[in-house]
Design a binder for this molecule. Structure first.
Ligand code: NAP
Length: 295
């Protein structure tokens, strides 16, 4: 059996079309969703993420307030800018691109963002709301994973989901979202990490595997039961002399071998990746709606 490929680009494009229509309807009520973007320093990867986010905003009609600051910006200056954005009614979401330079306390900056504008879903208040199943901003990558499962018709209710990785931005939140007593969730979740004894024992029991370890080939074909659904969150560079840039991107799953056993699988690139920015746009549009009392 060869798995059905879950096309993240297509699902992301569908959601963006839905959001574009919502933004157009909001414009008729003179509401323009706004995203405040802050990038400190000149890290090339961060610059390209931020440019992609700004371009995606423009494409669907979200106003983006672009702030590119020098690497020697002080924590105080950054806190002042966050405070201005917190108070600015044109800004519905605030995105501080991580990582920040070492002299800035990242936790202090994230805590300073108004939880009602925390479109990354990293503020402890929103993390707590997610944990107890309240309506809130959900972090973008794990929310993208949940959307991909739902929109591919994968049943999560009663399914055994094994998540590989327990980071605060992927593993823990995706596990938490999928165990909620809600439609599109209701799974039995096992969360694995580097201290897990016999990872493959757990993954072989899984109806759905979500790989977020940050290492190529963490999930191989022997670790997957026939017909399992495999979602690969990983993005890793591996050397490839045949490419002009000298590397290619792979996920955390041995894609070629696992696709012969799985029922559904996400590719890398073109799987979870395009969903992350899309869910950021989703949160920004929802924030604008909430700020204007629209459900
Ligand atoms: P991270 O902070 O490095 O966390 C990795 C987690 O995986 C840790 O909990 C670690 O366990 C666990 N782990 C590592 N190797 C393992 C192994 N062999 N067996 C079991 N557990 C293992 O990474 P992250 O930020 O969550 O990101 C994970 C991957 O997703 C990365 O490749 C990243 O680039 C990618 N990512 C993609 C997107 C996207 O938009 N597509 C967004 C975010 C991240 P310990 O806690 O015990 O160390």
């Amino acid at each position: 059996m060869s798995a059905k490929i879950i096309d993240g680009k297509k699902i992301a494009a569908d959601i963006r079309e839905e959001l574009k229509a919502e933004v157009a309807a909001l414009k008729e009520q003179n509401i323009i969703p706004g995203l405040g973007v802050i990038l400190v320093g000149e890290d090339p990867a961060s610059q390209s993420y931020v440019s992609a986010k700004e371009k995606a905003c423009k494409n669907i009609g979200i106003f983006s307030d672009d702030n590119r600051l020098s690497a020697d910006t002080s924590e105080e200056e950054l806190l002042k800018l966050v405070d201005q954005m917190n108070k600015d009614p044109k800004i519905n979401g605030i995105l501080v691109q991580l990582p920040l330079p070492k002299h800035i306390n990242e936790a202090a900056i994230l805590l300073a963002i108004d939880p009602d504008k925390d479109v990354d879903g990293f503020h402890p208040m929103n993390v707590g709301k997610m944990m107890v199943g309240e309506e809130t901003f959900l972090p973008c990558t794990p929310h993208g994973v949940v959307q991909m499962l739902q929109r591919s018709g994968v049943e999560t209710s009663g399914a055994h989901v094994v998540v590989v990785g327990r980071s605060n931005i992927v593993g823990k939140p995706v596990a938490n979202m999928l165990l909620q007593k809600k439609d599109g969730a209701n799974a039995t979740v096992t969360l694995c990490h580097t201290r897990t004894k016999d990872l493959s024992y757990h993954t072989r029991q899984a109806d759905i595997i979500i790989a977020a370890s940050g290492w190529p080939n963490t999930v191989t074909a022997e670790m997957v039961k026939d017909g399992a659904v495999v979602i690969d969150v990983g993005v890793n560079r591996v050397e490839d002399a045949s490419r002009e840039r000298g590397y290619r991107l792979v996920g955390d799953v041995d894609f070629d071998a696992v696709k012969e056993k799985a029922s559904f699988i996400t590719p890398v690139p073109g799987g979870v990746g395009p969903m992350t920015i899309t869910m950021l746009l989703f949160n920004t549009v929802n924030s604008a709606k909430r700020a204007n009392g629209i459900n």
